[in-house]
Design a protein around this ligand. Sequence first.
Ligand code: FPP
Length: 222
Amino acid sequence: MDGNGRWAQRRGLKRTEGHAAGEEALFDTVEGALDLGIDWLTVYAFSTENWKRPADEVRYLMGFNESILVRRRDELNDRGVRMRFIGRRDWRVPKRLLKHMDKSVELTQHNKTMTLTIAFNYGGRAEIIDAVQAMMRDGVKADKVTEKVLHRYLYDPEMPDPDLMVRTSGEFRISNYLLWELAYSELVFTDVLWPDFRREHLFDAVREYQARDRRYGGLEQE
Ligand code: FPP
């Protein structure tokens, strides 16, 4: 969900007002994903690198994420959305936020319409390191380490590899997002800044995805 800061600065607003405007973009995108029958939608809400931002902005983002969960989880629950989180639950994440994350997961755990995964204090490299550490703690022997086994140690082993990754705001980078999982995903880049993103932009990205030819390293299908 990139581009909130630039969206705000272009309007002479504070960066945090860009994050606030990103809420509508998120919920419109969720509606669009539900319209399309998408089973899994994952959003990058806070990265392991975002702690480097000014303390005020970090504090704002912690409070903002908590407030979104508190204000909107019932609505997501009513829409049949199951919420999950991926990322490190380290000491820097406020206890209250962790509590609301757990409550959101618990409340929505039996929903079947769509899974909304929120990547929070998430980093793709951190996820791989955490998986390797957990495997070693479990005593998995070196020659038993396969892609399938490592996959079981990712933050959410049930999450399928994404078919499509959309990056907003005109940046052409992965920025440490789902490094393992994106191996064969189709990537779509758009100049739209996150606060301006609406379901129509998701539909455009899906249309672009549908025109792609996925070969997974093999040859074109007849
Ligand atoms: C990146 O824009 C955006 C973020 C770091 C936060 C986005 C978070 C939300 C919209 C709330 C999500 C909340 C939940 C609970 C899912 P940026 O600040 O990097 O923008 P810039 O690149 O223009 O500076």
